[in-house]
Design a protein around this ligand. Sequence first.
Ligand SMILES: [Zn+2]
Length: 137
Amino acid sequence: MIQIGQEEYKTIIKHAKEGLPNEACGLLGGIVVSGVTYVKKIYCLTNTDASREHFSMDPKEQFAAIKDIRSNNLQLIGNFHSHPETPARPSDEDKRLAYDSTLLYGIVSLMAEDSPVFKVFHINEAKEVSEEEVVII
Ligand SMILES: [Zn+2]
């Protein structure tokens, strides 16, 4: 199970909307306590691809985020990106690029811009996708 605060959730949705018409992306800092992952800090990064169908995180921003995560005694628990025009599930490319089965892969769908859908997945080495339960607190 993944717990995320209202504020953090809003930050993800806001970043996704501000990135339109392109995909937006970012990193998630948090902690894991007795099997529950707590998302504590959202890092909104620049999509250097500036594309509606792809994203690449700005390497400098990525480095700064990792540094901040460490200095706050958090862990890099995953990343997120938006799908401006498609549902909140990993695309074939998302699965191909999922290099770490321990990370969470969050996807925001803005297919219906007024009712964004945020889902979080694990993707294993066999590229099998499992959705994780997200609780907004
Ligand atoms: Zn995607």
